[in-house]
Design a protein around this ligand. Structure first.
Ligand code: GLN
Ligand code: ZN
Length: 774
């Protein structure tokens, strides 16, 4: 039996970010819909061709998307909320983008977000649909919205068009479709007390119609994604899966379905998956390598197994020889396809474009195109023997060997330090009540102290100066002088407006992770390795390849300069280890927890240096702590333990009187409140403005011991909140937590806002605090 190579989806964005440019030009009215379609068609053609050239023989179609594949699915089945207009026929591109980005009569504005991602509403006349993270990735999808009387109809021909388009180019593709149960479960409903799975009966006929039409066009297989199979499921969900696949197979018996799961193990859903009447099953063997054996034992011998052996979520070259050791035992007995663990949209496209990356580091990396090559090598070795691919295997072996020994990676001092388990490393000198007294004496703050989260508007001037400095159009001295002026102005304004604890404004930072990564050893940065975060927003995550050390202080000079401008306390501003980890590509040759601990020690040294210089208040942002939560509940505890422990490593070296703040840009704390409390920060600031303090529930219920700044200013909106509004919010907060615990601050950093909004909003915020004191 020949082993085949499949991909489950390829990056849509284009090697030169062509899609971003085409979309933004179209949105700005500078190009036509036809132009946009043309660019898209070129990208698809290029992608099919490249994947084939790299050695894939099963190619996906309908993996392309103008914005998001979940939105495409809503569009396919006509699930368009009423506010975007009645949808009887096909959904227009205009409606599609209205759902994606909102519709504004006065000039379009994209989602404004903080770094924590895209879950915030657009500011237009018609808001965009809600966005949220796609499982535990940094990709965001548009949440389908359902009503109790939801109907569905075939409302887009995209999947058929793209199948035909590929066929014309000589590729008989395997179209990709998000499965009906995942689609319903990933959605939400505004009305309560109705079960989205009740809509399955209405939805399945549309899926059947799509499958039938694809089959009529000549498709033999369809990849149907049910990633919810790696989550904790109840019986209702499992029954829905059975109902769905029995119904689809009996309606369209001729099409073969490749049921596709990724991002984890099937675990207790394995039997359900194996009971479904499908022709093939794809499993993630990177996150869950052990499930291969169970699968082989349990799966019907005719079931085609698609093995996700190459990591679709990370950028490391695989250990091909080790994989072959396992696969050679299975290949003779089963009908196998080799594939990436998941769609390749979570990886950058081509490592060959990174021409200035350190060659040794580069030799360890594999992006989307290289991953397909690795799969092709594996398949060839299985089909023709290892000798047929000797050179490729040698290269892979060398990379594995060099990562084991390279001095670029391994730093004995760092490893020894991180291995220390001394309890005092994670323990403040005294318990919170004692620290609170010491801090009261040191800081002498009023009740309801006011502060901000760190960043001030990144104006055009700031961004321009940074770009010009990067291009060497201005010298470092000129750039620094500019930043000093911005900082000094921001401090003068903060004094004037009456804030109690000031910040320097973060004008020197491009990004809260990159800024630190660039100054730490063990990190690499790429030039072209973009990955889609949402819509036309792409990110270039840092690559943590080696042991992490801090060669020298990273923020100290800026803090010293800023503090020299004022007598008020000025917060030191750091990004926490868990956030740095969760927003990077992390090395896979040691547990994530260990890498996190190394980062924690580096940040701890920064904290101690700040304290030594007299910094009275230090904020360690952990914006991404929650998003690192594992997909399965049973794994939460382990993650939270090491995440919290890492935070405590950074924060525990200081004296009682030094006040440690942390900040998190979300507010769902109910299920992790113990862990949040265990971080033992003196002050936590969180996002609460839009939920009207309801989200403080967690903090009352569990009697959070320390101080809290529930955001009173929704920084995702250009609106300037009034004094009365903020007073009302604070009064609501006072009902849930002690007034002595309360701080007054915005929801998040202000870098995406304009000064014209920030100045009056903060003035109102200070006035609100004063009113409460009085
Ligand atoms: N200190 C950062 C800022 O204000 C925090 C950003 C964040 O939490 N996403 O920008
Ligand atoms: Zn935030």
């Amino acid at each position: 039996m020949t082993v085949h190579v499949a991909t489950l989806g390829f990056p849509r964005i284009g090697a030169h970010r062509e899609l971003k440019k085409a979309l933004e030009s179209f949105w700005a009215g500078n190009s036509s819909e036809a132009d946009l379609h043309q660019t898209a068609a070129q990208l698809r053609a290029e992608n099919w061709k490249r994947q084939k050239e790299q050695g894939a023989d099963i190619l996906p179609s309908n993996d392309f998307s103008f914005y998001d594949h979940v939105l495409d699915t809503s569009t396919l089945v006509g699930a368009v909320p009423e506010i975007y207009g009645k949808s009887e026929g096909t959904v227009s591109l205009d409606t599609y983008f209205a759902m994606a980005r909102g519709r504004q009569t006065k000039g379009a504005e994209d989602h404004k977000t903080c770094d924590c991602g895209g879950h915030h509403h657009h500011e237009g006349d018609v808001p965009a649909a809600e966005m949220t993270k796609w499982f535990d990735t940094n990709y965001h999808y548009l949440v389908p919205e359902f009503t109790r009387d939801q109907t569905f109809h075939l409302a887009s021909t995209k999947i058929l068009d793209e199948y035909r388009e590929a066929k014309k180019q000589g590729f008989n593709t395997r179209p990709v479709l998000l499965g009906p149960v995942s689609f319903l479960l990933l959605g939400k409903s505004r009305e309560e007390s109705f079960n989205r799975l009740d809509l399955l009966g209405n939805l399945l006929p549309v899926y059947a119609e799509v499958l039938r039409k694809l089959h009529e066009e000549g498709a033999e297989w369809v990849q149907i994604d049910e990633p919810i199979l790696v989550l904790d499921l109840d019986n209702a969900a499992r029954n829905a899966l059975k109902q769905a696949y029995q119904s689809l197979t009996s309606s369209v018996p001729t099409i073969k379905l490749m049921l596709t799961t990724y991002f984890g193990e099937l675990g207790d859903n394995l039997d359900t998956a194996l009971s479904l009447p499908v022709h093939g099953l794809h499993v993630d063997l990177v996150r869950a390598p052990h499930q291969l054996d169970t699968l082989i034992n349990k799966a019907h011998p005719e079931l085609v197994l698609s093995l996700g052996v190459i990591d679709g979520r990370n950028i490391w070259r695989a250990d091909l020889s080790a994989l072959l050791d396992r696969l050679e035992k299975v290949a003779p007995h089963r009908n196998l396809i080799l594939a990436p663990s998941c769609s390749l949209i979570h990886t950058p496209i081509d490592v060959e474009r990174e021409t200035i990356l350190d060659p040794e580091v580069k030799s360890w990396l594999s992006f989307a195109l290289q991953k397909i090559e690795e799969l092709a090598t594996l398949a060839k070795a299985l089909n023709k023997g290892r000798d047929a691919v000797r050179a490729e295997l040698n290269k892979a072996d060398e990379a594995v060997k060099s990562r084991k020994t390279s001095s670029r990676i391994h730093n004995k001092t760092v490893k020894e330090r991180a291995a220390q388990k001394d309890a005092s490393l994670t323990q403040r000198q005294s318990a919170f009540p004692i620290r609170q007294k010491a801090q009261e004496e040191a800081l002498n703050l009023p009740l309801f102290p006011t502060t901000t989260i760190g960043s001030f508007p990144q104006t055009k001037e700031v961004r321009q100066a940074r770009a010009r400095h990067a291009k060497k159009e201005i010298s470092t001295a000129e750039y620094d002088a500019f930043l000093e002026k911005e900082t000094a102005n921001a401090i003068a304004w903060q004094e004037e407006v009456g804030l109690d604890v000031l910040v320097h404004g973060e004008f020197e930072r491009n990004d809260m992770v990159q800024y630190f990564g660039e100054q730490l050893s063990g990190f690499a940065f790429t030039k072209h390795a973009w990955v889609q975060s949402y819509g036309s927003r792409y990110v270039r995550p840092p690559i943590i390849y080696g042991d992490v050390a801090r060669p020298k202080p990273m923020t100290l000079d800026w803090w010293k300069y800023a503090q020299s401008c004022t007598k008020k306390p000025l917060k030191g501003m750091l990004t926490g280890p868990v956030t740095i980890l969760n927003w990077s590509f992390v090395r896979d040759d040691q547990p994530r927890s260990e890498t996190c601990r190394q980062i924690a020690f580096a940040i701890r040294d920064e904290v101690l240096d700040l304290e030594k210089e007299g910094c009275p208040v230090i904020q360690i942002d952990e914006a991404a702590l929650r998003e690192g939560l594992p997909l399965r509940r049973k794994d939460w505890k382990h993650y939270l333990n090491w995440a919290v422990e890492s935070f405590r490593v950074t924060a525990s070296g200081v004296q009682d009187k030094t006040q440690i703040h942390t900040h998190m840009c979300y507010s769902e704390f109910n299920d992790i409140i113990e862990a949040i409390a265990a971080m033992d920060a003196d002050v936590i600031s969180i996002e609460t403005a839009r939920s009207k303090m309801e989200l403080l529930e967690a903090f009352t219920h569990h009697r959070y011991p320390a101080e809290i700044g529930p955001g009173v200013y929704d920084i995702h909106s250009p609106r300037v909140p009034s004094v009365e509004e903020m007073v009302a919010l604070l009064k609501a907060a006072e009902k849930k937590v002690e007034r002595r615990q309360l701080w007054v601050n915005p929801d998040c950093g202000l870098k995406t806002r304009r000064w014209e909004e920030v100045r009056p909003a903060i003035a109102n915020m200070v006035a609100a605090a004063r009113q409460l004191r009085g």
